[in-house]
Design a protein around this ligand. Structure first.
Ligand code: FAD
Length: 390
């Protein structure tokens, strides 16, 4: 009898896991289960090319075939899992039995209390959200963006110039400051301002979307701003709620499913997790790390497929992320710890690299608009993390 691998979540992590399983020689049945009705797709264009209207929806779809035996169950949600009996119950009251299962259910936006999504309040996570926002980009429209993390900053950058006004709000003093550190985030703030994005930072924000008015208000303690559309990007929560009834599973403080350094979930047999829903033990940091980025998800899918098929694995990769704003590319490798001391290095020409130091190690780095410096930065982090203490 051929083995069956059920994959829950039919987007980047799920589709890549299926592809990597075949690449690693898995010849059993693959069942890909996803609540969205789209074919598997990638999200980075949702805040960039798809949003700006420079690329159609179809360009988001992930390419490549998966050979038979392979089936997709789209438009159905997994509602529970029984890791002892090895089966998954779906929202259409059917059950899928498995020999191996991969969880790749990603994450969902954190919502503001009493501010549900609507035609003019958008939490950007899927194709529909991006298209809804894109369809409102007109020259008379005022857009307020709450949260200057990856998604909020990208949205503000993408829509500036396409609408009448874009205002970016954040409780911190600068955009993306926890991820890239104060120096680069100050640079990014200036880049936003030079490209027509107004910034209101360092003040708590509340949102009032009243049915009786034709604007949504964003309020800080000192001001009230009216907008036609508000985009909220204040972070995400791993989509692991449906697993919570299984006592043996363990979750980190944000709700990501804990797994060992090969993606094998603790407290269950033959169960793996990849992507935004996961928190893997990272041998170089000797702690669990929860990453919400594209390349890490792709890498984890490959590691899990090798683990399932007993194929030798590669050395662990560093977390990696990129973001594009106003034509500038920012790439990060590794992790910036909360107590990080940042070292700004001006490499050749205008290239800018920031190394993040913590506990006598370089734990991560950010590279500003200088891809050619990425391998140097990565090597600096790796050699520091691998260095034995004196
Ligand atoms: C707008 C946007 C822009 C981004 N840009 C970048 C970027 O520039 N660079 C970068 O590095 N990263 C970027 N990311 C992050 C990157 O897209 C994610 O890290 C990646 O999508 C994670 O893949 P995943 O498969 O874990 O989760 P997802 O892509 O979220 O896929 C999870 C899938 O599982 C489905 N699902 C959830 N629960 C269930 C259930 N119970 N049953 C069945 N299906 C379920 C979801 O509907 C979804 O389709 C961006 C993300 C967004 C939202």
């Amino acid at each position: 009898m051929k083995k069956r691998c059920a994959i829950v979540g039919a987007s980047l992590g799920g589709f890549r896991s299926a592809q990597e399983l075949r690449k690693a020689g898995f010849d059993g049945e693959i069942v890909l289960i996803g609540e969205e009705s789209h074919p598997p797709y990638q999200r980075p264009p949702l805040s960039k090319q798809l949003l700006k209207g420079t690329s159609p929806v179809e360009r988001c779809y992930l390419r490549g075939n998966i050979s038979e035996p392979y089936s997709r169950k789209l438009g159905v949600r997994a509602t529970s899992i029984d890791p002892l009996e090895k089966n998954i119950t779906l929202s259409n009251d059917t059950t899928v039995e498995y020999d191996y299962a991969v969880i790749s259910t990603g994450a969902r936006p954190i919502t503001f209390p009493k501010v549900p999504p609507s035609s003019r309040v958008i939490y950007l996570r899927n194709i529909e959200d991006s298209v809804r926002l894109r369809d409102q980009l007109k020259q008379h429209v005022r857009i307020g963006v709450v949260g200057a993390g990856f998604i909020g900053s990208e949205v503000a950058a993408s829509v500036s110039g396409l609408v009448k006004q874009v205002v970016l709000f954040d409780g911190d003093e600068h955009p993306m400051s926890k991820v890239v550190g104060p120096y680069l985030s100050q640079t990014l703030k200036t880049v936003h301002q030079n490209n027509g994005v107004e910034t209101v930072f360092g003040a708590p924000v509340s949102i009032v979307d009243s049915e009786t008015e034709d604007v949504v208000w964003i309020e800080t303690p000192s001001q009230r701003h009216p907008f036609d559309v508000v985009v909220i990007g204040v972070g995400v929560k791993p989509a692991t709620q449906w697993l919570r009834s299984v006592d043996s599973l363990k979750f980190d403080e944000v709700g990501a499913l804990l797994a060992d350094d090969k993606g094998k979930v603790y407290g269950a047999e033959a169960l793996y997790v990849v992507g935004d829903a996961s928190s893997w033990l990272h041998p170089l940091y000797q702690r669990h790390i929860h990453v919400e980025h594209f390349e890490s998800t792709v890498n984890q899918a490959s590691q899990v497929a090798k683990n399932i098929t007993n194929t030798p694995r590669d050395a662990p990769e560093l977390p990696f992320a990129w973001t594009e704003q106003h034509g500038r590319l920012i790439q990060t490798v590794g992790v910036r710890m909360a107590d990080s001391k940042d070292e700004v290095i001006h490499r050749s020409g205008h290239a800018l690299v920031v190394l993040f130091h913590s506990s006598d190690k370089v734990t991560g780095a950010a590279v500003f608009d200088a891809s050619e410096e990425l391998s140097w930065a990565k090597a600096a982090v790796l050699s520091s993390l691998r260095k034995e203490p004196d």
